[in-house]
Design a binder for this molecule. Structure first.
Ligand SMILES: NC(=O)c1ccc[n+]([C@@H]2O[C@H](COP(=O)([O-])OP(=O)(O)OC[C@H]3O[C@@H](n4cnc5c(N)ncnc54)[C@H](OP(=O)(O)O)[C@@H]3O)[C@@H](O)[C@H]2O)c1
Length: 282
């Protein structure tokens, strides 16, 4: 795991290209499972207020004994707290629940263009203030479409460091991905193995057999070679190790193209469409 590359964000900070995601890890299991991931060598953890498990992540970080500066911790603003005063209170709670003075990356989880009178701009400006006061070393967005990024570029100061969007072989999400990369925004590919959905794909299985790796490893390697950041989730120590064992092989151009050619466009999307998603947790 010593070989995990660091990528440089547009604000000069670095981010480990491979991390560990804790979406759908039950709160009561999060300290143990995140602890296993840290033991396996992961140093980048992706959580969110909406996952309800920031406390468990904080507990794992504290009991790991790993120096804070060796860890990269991301969390995200929940959909119910976009109004500026609410966003400030929510961020205070996130830091308190994690038990940290600062996070390495804080994101707007969803743009919610049909909520808050379509105003994600003032929410972003609150995140700019978290970066200015040092409590978020870097700030970014998640699930932002090209027009959302363009509006932030026109109306605000800080360019998001990342855009965390759904990307996997069945949904390359190329428009949002290109708009991000063209603006100097690194792409974080969520559900990188489509929650397991691409692992029995015949083309991926064939490439895996050819290179002597598993379908999950081949799919994760495809993301890394495209320059995106990934943080696969697993509850098993064995699969955590498998998902991190990505640095002793390379996919050739033909394999990269074959996997890229599996894109189904919009029907390949597994999660909500950010243009219409308006879920506010109760
Ligand atoms: N910003 C957003 O809106 C958003 C949305 C979704 C996800 N995310 C982030 O992205 C992270 C990853 O996405 P995800 O959790 O949705 O999906 P994922 O990482 O693509 O897939 C996780 C699923 O695949 C299984 N799995 C993992 N490794 C495997 C392997 N080597 N072989 C076979 N099965 C394997 C896991 O089962 P086991 O646990 O049983 O191993 C789990 O069911 C999340 O944890 C979260 O941090 C962000």
């Amino acid at each position: 795991m010593t070989q995990i590359p660091n990528l440089t964000l547009n604000d000069g900070h670095t981010i480990p290209q491979l991390g560990f995601g804790v979406f759908q890890v039950p709160p009561e299991d999060t300290a143990r499972i995140t602890g296993l991931a840290l033991e396996a060598g992961y140093r980048h953890i992706d959580t969110a207020e909406m996952y309800g498990n920031e406390k468990g992540v904080g507990e794992a970080v504290r009991s790991s004994g790993i120096p804070r500066e060796e860890l990269f911790i991301t969390s995200k603003l929940n959909n119910g707290f976009h109004e500026p005063d609410e966003a400030r209170r929510a961020f205070d709670r996130t830091l308190a629940d994690l038990g940290l003075d600062s996070v390495d990356l804080f994101l707007i989880h969803w743009p919610l263009p049909t909520k808050y009178d379509g105003d994600y701009v003032s929410t972003w400006q609150v995140l700019e203030s978290f970066k200015a006061d040092g409590r978020a070393r870097s700030i970014g967005v998640s699930n932002f479409q090209p027009d959302h990024l363009a509006r932030l570029a026109r109306e605000t100061e800080v360019v998001p460091a990342v855009n965390q969007i759904e990307v996997h072989p069945y949904f390359r999400n190329e428009e949002a991905r290109s708009a991000s990369r063209d603006a100097g925004i690194l792409v974080e590919a969520w559900s990188p193995i489509a929650q397991g959905g691409v692992l029995d794909d015949a083309a991926i299985v064939k490439i895996a057999e050819h290179v002597g790796k598993t379908p999950a490893q081949v799919t994760l390697r495809w993301h890394l070679q495209r320059g995106d950041i990934v943080f696969p989730k697993s509850s098993s120590a064995e699969r955590m190790a498998e998902n991190a064992d990505l640095f002793d092989f390379e996919l050739d151009d033909q394999a990269m193209e074959t996997i890229g050619g599996l894109d189904q466009g919009e029907p390949g999307r597994t999660g909500p469409n950010p243009d219409t998603f308006d879920y506010i947790p109760g």
